[in-house]
Design a protein around this ligand. Structure first.
Ligand SMILES: CC(C)=CCC/C(C)=C/CC/C(C)=C/COP(=O)(O)OP(=O)(O)O
Length: 294
């Protein structure tokens, strides 16, 4: 694993063992996440720090999504994660993921509250399923599962300013709303429905996953939520302009990738939610080149 060190006389990445670093990296690689490229462009300490944050998110998300366990079992496992995070802040690490996470927390001064917010968001799924939440719950969910990840991420990227937290607030919501619109069918198969109840009611759509899939007026809801996502993408770009330009490169790339997914969804329309939109490889490359040139 010598490739994790640039030169023999250089300090190891985050002061961690290469086997521990490889463990968090593997979780990211196996996930095939759309956000992988955004992480890979970072310098080594920040890159592996982001891998650790993503690995944490993936693992708690897997608990929330585990259909084999019952809600009480999932909640217990999420509480175990909360205790595990508390132990990291007390200086206690037991395995490779713990060690890289602890190094990341210390190096980038990450806040325990943000980890707990992510766990609280997963708990909403674990004890759920979430079905047509009211607007306040919808916003809280987006804050916990996406903006809290953003609050951890911007610090790892290299900007801990209030403007960077504004980027996390808006970009997190923009990404999550886009993700919800793209994955309506996949979520419905799991009995989940993240579209806000108030909007569904406004267009006479029953707040049930299967009904939403067949609703002729789903497009009305889709267009309103897409409009909100665009507003958040714009507000995130305005906040980014007040941040460290280099630090925000991954945020620009992640935003551009998901903005393109939203645009593809809008082009496809809202009548065939079971057709999940995706971006071709050349398209992704072009998006990356444009986002990084800016
Ligand atoms: C500054 C800032 C806001 C940084 C980004 C924070 C961030 C990565 C939030 C994630 C929200 C989200 C839509 C997760 C889905 O991930 P996934 O890996 O399942 O996505 P995929 O299905 O598209 O691959």
């Amino acid at each position: 694993m010598g490739f994790l060190r640039a030169r023999h006389d250089e300090a190891p990445v985050l002061g961690c063992d290469s086997a521990d670093l490889a463990e968090v990296e593997q979780i990211v690689v196996r996930s095939g996440t759309s956000f992988g490229k955004g992480m890979r462009i970072l310098p080594p300490d920040r890159r592996y720090g982001m891998y650790a944050v993503y690995a944490f998110c993936r693992l708690v998300d897997d608990v929330a999504d585990d259909e084999l366990g019952d809600p009480a079992d999932r909640s217990r496992r999420l509480e175990a994660w909360r205790a595990r995070i508390a132990r990291l802040y007390a200086g206690e690490a037991h395995d490779g993921i713990d060690r890289v996470l602890m190094a990341t927390i210390r190096r980038f001064d990450l806040r325990q509250q943000d980890f707990n917010d992510v766990i609280d968001g997963m708990e909403m799924d674990a004890s759920g399923p979430v079905v047509a939440p009211d607007e306040a719950t919808f916003d809280l969910y987006c804050d916990r599962v996406a903006s809290a990840v953003g609050r951890l991420s911007v610090r790892v990227f290299g900007d801990a300013s209030p403007s960077a937290d504004q980027v996390a607030y808006h970009l997190g919501r923009a990404l999550q709303i886009t993700n919800i619109l793209r994955d309506v069918a996949e979520d419905a198969r799991l009995g989940r429905l993240y579209l806000p109840r108030d909007l569904l009611e406004r267009f006479g759509i029953p707040p049930e996953p299967e009904a939403v899939m067949r609703a002729p007026r789903l497009g009305q809801v889709g267009r309103i939520l897409a409009g909100r996502a665009h507003d958040h993408f714009r507000a995130a770009a305005a906040a980014m302009a007040r941040c460290d330009h280099t630090a925000m490169r991954p945020a620009r790339l992640m935003g551009a990738t998901y903005a393109a997914i939203l645009a593809a969804q809008e082009r496809q329309g809202w009548g065939t939610p079971e057709r999940r939109v995706s971006l071709s490889r050349p398209r992704k490359l072009l998006i990356a080149l444009r986002a990084l040139a800016g």
